[in-house]
Design a protein around this ligand. Structure first.
Ligand code: 5RP
Length: 217
C-alpha cells in the first residue's frame, strides 16, 4: 500500500466518529484533505465544519460543506486532523503545514480529537521532524536565541507567512523526551505564539493506515 492509500484509509475510518447533526473541527494537510473528500458523500449528516486553515475552509466550501467560525459554535464534539509525528501515548508534532496555532485552538475546544496518519508518522519519541513554532515577526531573533538555549537549531521557514500573519521557525535537533515540559517551556518564550507540540492536549485516538490495514491507538 502506498503512503497516500494509508492516509486515505485512516481518513475514511475517522468518518465513523461523526454523529448526526455534529459541527466538526477539520484540520489541515494532505491527510485532512482526504478526510474532507470522504465527508462529501455524508455531508447531509453534519451541520457544518470549523476549519483550521483558509486552505481547508476553501476545500470544504468547494465540496458544498458549510464552514462556521469557532466563536459561533462553542465546544465541538469532534476534531479530525493529521500529524507530522505521533507517539504511542498520542503526543504529536504538528505544524508541517504551518497551521498549528488554529489546530491547537480547535483541538483544545473539542471533546474528542481523532488524529489520522500513515504509519510512518508513529515514533518512539518526538523530535526527528523539525519542530514548527509560530512566532510574531519582531521576535524572530530573540525567540531563536531562546530556542538555541533549549538545545535546538532554529531555521526560519523562508517565504512562509501563517494565516495569522506570523512567521514559522522550524527547530531541528531537539530530542523531546518530556513533551509536556517542552511544550510549556517553549510556550513561555516571549513572542512565540504556538509551538507544534500537542502533549498537554494530545489526540484521544490515533488512526494509522498500515500495510496490514487500520491500526487504532
Ligand atoms: C498542518 C499539520 C498537518 O496535520 C501535518 O503537517 C500533517 O500533514 P500531512 O497530512 O500532509 O502529512 O499539522 O499544520
Amino acid at each position: 500500500m502506498d503512503i497516500n492509500d494509508k492516509k486515505k484509509l485512516a481518513a475514511e475510518a475517522a468518518i465513523d466518529y461523526i454523529q448526526i447533526g455534529d459541527v466538526i473541527g477539520v484540520g489541515t494537510g494532505s491527510t485532512a484533505n482526504y478526510f474532507i473528500d470522504a465527508l462529501t458523500p455524508i455531508k447531509g449528516k453534519i451541520d457544518g465544519a470549523v476549519a483550521s486553515s483558509e486552505a481547508s475552509a476553501e476545500r470544504l466550501k468547494s465540496h458544498g460543506i458549510r464552514v462556521l467560525e469557532l466563536n459561533a459554535t462553542g465546544q465541538l464534539p469532534l476534531y479530525v486532523d493529521g500529524a507530522d509525528e505521533a507517539t504511542h501515548q498520542r503526543a504529536l508534532i504538528k505544524g508541517g503545514g504551518g497551521a498549528h496555532t488554529r489546530e491547537k485552538i480547535i483541538a483544545n475546544t473539542s471533546t474528542k480529537f481523532v488524529c489520522i496518519a500513515d504509519d510512518t508518522k508513529l515514533v518512539d519519541s518526538l523530535g526527528k521532524f523539525p519542530l514548527p513554532v509560530e512566532v510574531i515577526p519582531m521576535a524572530r531573533s530573540s525567540a531563536a536565541r531562546e530556542l538555541v538555549k533549549l538545545g535546538g537549531t532554529p531555521e526560519l521557514r523562508e517565504g512562509f507567512i501563517t494565516d495569522n500573519g506570523n512567521i514559522v521557525i522550524d527547530v531541528h535537533n531537539l530530542e523531546i523526551l518530556q513533551p509536556i515540559k517542552m511544550e510549556l517551556d517553549i510556550s513561555a518564550i516571549a513572542g512565540i505564539v504556538t509551538v507544534g507540540i500537542f502533549a498537554i492536549r494530545p489526540a484521544d485516538v490515533l488512526l494509522l493506515g498500515t500495510d496490514n490495514g487500520l491500526k487504532i491507538i
